[in-house]
Design a protein. Structure first.
Length: 93
């Protein structure tokens, strides 16, 4: 992401997560995929708090963008992972 600040990355990730969480209500397939990612994240992170989830999300997104990922397919693995972390943050709030 050329020239983007950490704030811009955060806004983009927030927008992806919020859009995905909203989409879950009408998409049982997405909701099921998010549930699987949540289970995987709990196995990996335990019971993380909001700060730990934010740190994970920032690292994950930076690595994904560095690999050339861009959120143009709402069913790809990275998108679902971001939505899962955002969903977990809502549950911890």
């Amino acid at each position: 992401m050329d020239g983007d600040s950490p704030e811009a990355l955060g806004l983009l990730v927030r927008d992806i997560g919020e859009a995905g969480v909203a989409e879950m209500a009408g998409s049982p397939g997405l909701a099921a995929a998010v549930d699987q990612h949540v289970a995987s994240l709990k196995d990996e992170l335990g019971t993380p708090g909001e700060q730990e989830l934010m740190g994970y999300l920032r690292r994950f997104a930076e690595e994904a963008f560095d690999r050339g990922w861009w959120p143009d397919d709402t069913r790809d693995w990275e998108f679902v992972r971001i939505v899962a972390v955002c969903w977990m943050m809502r549950l911890t709030a």
